[in-house]
Design a protein around this ligand. Structure first.
Ligand code: TYM
Length: 370
């Protein structure tokens, strides 16, 4: 467990405080995504996704090794997931959009795990029925991003236990209580479902007999630190991982967007007026207190939530983003104007995503592992 009293906490179940991503790289023992690895990736894929270029994906484990494998042996596969505790928010889409891009570039299979068991164990009020229902709702958002059923498979843990449990058993036998305690800080009150769960999240890493690449938000890394430790013990290659930053809450960069935090979230199902209201009312502004001062001093994009949403996800065009950045910093662009631009960008994205969701609902069974 990483807990820095003065600053931040990052675990799979709690992200709090102003995350210092440089510190996190040291604390977690990951590697920064350097320019040289980006150049290498670009050579293989032909271009580079804006979220990689802008450092939204900033850290990795063994990305070089998976590229070596690809160049020498061919296909690997990709694995990512979602813990179905509620509706999907736009922050969840960050690793999934990169997953889609990587799948297209490398032409590989994708597995998507819905850990309904995890959310049942972790949340006091959750029922197995509610987490199972959210699993289907979340799957719709994943499919809506354009994944195809011939090379994308979805696993719901309680439903696909027959595929996952035998692998999880092999993993569980190599993890002891003190390993789990050291990583997650569990106590005597922690239910044993939580203690076993890492084995279930690890299982899809070995579902094909090939190396795996896992795109995820950095909060999920601790599970895979354990997976990587045990991989050689069960005769498997350590998973490679690519880590994304957490999309911040509407209310400010010191909190992550999370279904469990009030007023922090934009859901993928939000209608235009709701998005407008949320951004206008809650999105923390890096602008000055009045127009005169703003024109003089300019705004601060690094803490401005509307700007950060554009940078991390909603404005893929680098030139447009730069102009917004420069105009905001110089005071030419006001906070209210930046918010209106952001509302439009989010609503344009959501309007097409919501149409794709409708189509996805009908196709969901094609993606489920039988
Ligand atoms: P979950 O449901 O919390 O999140 C799903 C994915 O979204 C990432 N994420 C975010 N990314 C950016 N900004 C945010 N505000 C934000 N909130 C969440 C998470 O890091 C994750 O990648 N235990 C997992 C489910 C899971 C999984 C996996 C995730 C099962 N197998 C394999 C990644 C890879 C969970 O509860 O994720």
């Amino acid at each position: 467990m990483i807990h820095d009293n003065t600053e931040f906490t990052v675990t799979p179940w709690k992200v709090e405080g102003n995350i210092d991503y440089n510190k996190l790289i040291n604390q977690f023992g990951t590697e920064r995504i350097s320019n040289s690895i980006l150049n290498r990736l670009e050579k293989v894929t032909g271009d580079i996704h804006f979220m990689l270029k802008r450092g939204v994906f900033f850290s990795h484990r063994d990305l070089n090794k998976i590229l070596d494998w690809y160049e020498n042996n061919g296909k690997f596969f990709i694995y990512t997931g979602r813990g179905p505790s509620g509706n999907t928010h736009v922050g969840h889409l960050i690793p999934w959009v990169l997953t889609k891009w990587l799948q297209e570039k490398f032409g590989v299979n994708v597995y998507f795990q819905l850990s309904d068991d995890e959310k049942f164990f972790a949340n006091k009020d959750a029922t197995l029925k509610s987490t199972y229902q959210f699993a289907y709702k979340n799957a719709i958002d994943f499919i809506a991003l354009g994944f195809k059923p011939d090379n994308t498979k979805i696993l719901i843990n309680t439903k696909n236990a027959n595929n996952l449990y035998p692998i999880a058993c092999k993993i569980a036998k190599k993890i002891n209580l003190s390993n789990i305690r050291a990583v997650f800080g569990f106590t005597n009150d922690t239910n044993i479902g939580m203690i076993f769960y890492t084995a279930m999240q690890s299982a899809p890493c070995f579902i094909e007999d090939k190396p795996v690449l896992i795109p995820l938000g950095i909060d999920q890394d601790p599970h895979f630190r354990i997976t990587r430790d045990i991989a050689p013990k069960i005769g498997k290659i350590k998973p490679s991982i690519i880590h994304g930053m957490m999309m911040p809450s509407l209310t400010g960069i010191n909190t992550k967007m999370s279904t469990s935090i009030k007023n922090s979230v934009i859901y993928t199902t939000d209608i235009p007026n709701i998005v407008k209201k949320k951004i206008n009312k809650y999105a923390f502004s890096g602008g000055q207190s009045d127009i005169k001062l703003h024109r003089e001093k300019g705004g601060n994009p690094s803490i401005d939530i509307a700007y950060q949403y554009l940078r991390m996800f909603f404005e893929p065009n680098d030139m447009k983003l730069k102009k917004i950045h420069d105009d905001y910093t110089s005071g030419k662009l006001l906070s209210g104007e930046l918010k209106q631009m952001t509302i439009k960008k989010i609503n344009d994205f959501l309007s097409s995503h919501q149409k794709n969701r409708e189509k996805a609902i009908e196709k969901i069974d094609e993606y489920m592992i039988k």
